[in-house]
Design a protein around this ligand. Structure first.
Ligand SMILES: [Zn+2]
Length: 81
């Protein structure tokens, strides 16, 4: 498993990076809206948050995330035209 993940907050939809060893806490906390959620829910298979991708390259992670957010918000701009 790779060391860093790009994940999407289920509450506010912001993409952000997290380090996989923080999974020891079993809780995702959003950097933006500060809400938290258990990563594993008892009935569901897999994780309760959306994972965009993973990498071992810590410098690639913020670039990926900012690019994701840029594309996401540019799509929203299109909708608002
Ligand atoms: Zn959030």
């Amino acid at each position: 498993m790779k060391r860093f993940w790009a994940v999407i907050c289920p509450f506010c939809g912001q993409a952000q990076g997290m380090e996989i060893r923080k999974l020891d806490s079993k809780v995702f906390q959003c950097k933006y809206c500060h809400k938290s959620r258990k990563l594993r829910q008892s009935r569901a298979y897999g994780l309760s948050i959306k994972v965009l991708g993973s990498t071992d390259n810590v410098t690639a992670l913020p670039l990926f995330i900012s690019e994701y957010n840029r594309l996401r918000f540019s799509k929203l701009d299109d909708l608002n035209k």
